[in-house]
Design a protein around this ligand. Sequence first.
Ligand code: PEP
Ligand code: MG
Length: 538
Amino acid sequence: MIKGISASKGYAIGQAAIKSNEDIIITETKINDVAAEKNKLSVAIELTRKQLNIISQKAEKEVGKDNSSIFESHMMFLDDPEFTGMAEASIENNMINAEKALQDVVNEYMGIFAAMDDEYMRERGADVRDVGDRIQSNLAGKSYGKMDEIGENTIVVARDLTPSDTAQLDKSKVIAFLTDIGGRTSHTAIMARTLEIPAVVGMKDITARVKNGDNVIADGCEGIVILNPDKKTLDEYKQKKYEFEKERELLKKLVNIKTRTKDGKRIEVVGNIGKPEDVNKVLENGGDGVGLFRTEFLYMDRDSIPTEEEQFQAYKYVTQKMGDRPVVIRTLDIGGDKKLSYLPMAEEMNPFLGLRAIRLCLGRIDIFKPQLRALLRASAYGNLKIMFPMISSLDEFLESKRILKECMQELKSEGKAFNEKLETGIMVEIPAAAVCADELAKHVDFFSIGTNDLIQYTIAADRMNEKVAYLYNPMHPAVLKLIKMTIQAAHAEGKWCGMCGEMAGDENAVPTLLEYGLDEFSMSASSILNTKKLIINN
Ligand code: PEP
Ligand code: MG
């Protein structure tokens, strides 16, 4: 048994096919004819562009536009004057061959991605390597990344799978991916989840341990692989596979079901998103809307605050995609563990108790107002609701509303449309808000309980500190009491109450939350169907 990282759930039983990229050895040679060398590079880049266009169209047909957009980012490297310009400049300045000049540029870009904080961005280094390898293959006149004819039930084993590798695979025959490297956000992992086939990644040396044609069991649930299993193991996994697929089929049937409890109460199961594109997964998994859009992600991985217009486009996209389904968008929650490189913030002894979220926004109207204006403008396109984070007192909510009203006045005088009746609510994630929920409920349109923070503040157990993780318990009686109080307070004023902390998708907590009368459960898209099932059976 070989252990790796579970990147996509499910079980596959089939034969291994190893994808090896013929390594192209790149050496530096001195050249005399700069123009000829540059021309060689530009011919290879043009050929690469043509190939990527074909692959991208094929991928779009197979996995849809959103999942094939990766090739657009590949194409962007080809169109990036800096990327190609640096290679050309190196040919000229160093009088070296195109292959070596290109390789240096690719390495430099990969180094930049590798140094980024964000895991997703780090993984994008694989994209520039993929483009680079493809251009190198074209420079060398070789075909790139193709696998020989593969048979039915193929388990693809590779060091890593690039987007163009997976685009060229015959998906009807591939039943699992196993790779030496990569993590849960690597391309292989994302692709496997999209195709709904199991994947085990980060196995270090699976390509060396397996031979073409070996019988293989891939267990994407536990992240393990079994080579040439005996009959008993094989039977055991056939059964697991059967049960997993039966369960998945049953869950799929729930996509279009409006969730009700056994006694007939309608419960909304909605998704948490961080990027506008994430709405697609929410829809695919049958989400009734968006219960939390963490807008701070729009502010990250860039050099400046997104403009009102940029934000408007993002909020409008999500709102329109969701049609008449609710979209709860939370105003900026920065501070605590989330920092912006371009927004200097003073060092704090206790950042989680410091200038975070609404506290920061109320002191920085220049940041707050453009976001509110963008949200208001997007509200003209669907069922958008605004939610303020980290509210600890009524004053903070009333002040936020006052500024929102100011923005409404401005937009009116500018003749810009917005929904005058849009709902505004708060996150209940500070114990003070839960305790004063009866008073707050008179003023808000809704509550959404942020248990990730509510638990840490109630038990005084840092949510990031593994040393006190044993104390961080969603089912602590104090936490449960605060949740119950909050829901009751909302209902007493005829308002609705949701939950967007991780607890909403926690199998152990769902029955209790239903008993308390929670109206809306918001969670990551992949948990939606399972939660729907739990609610229906409750
Ligand atoms: C929460 O605190 O429960 C929550 C959903 O917000 P975040 O995790 O973004 O702090
Ligand atoms: Mg929070």
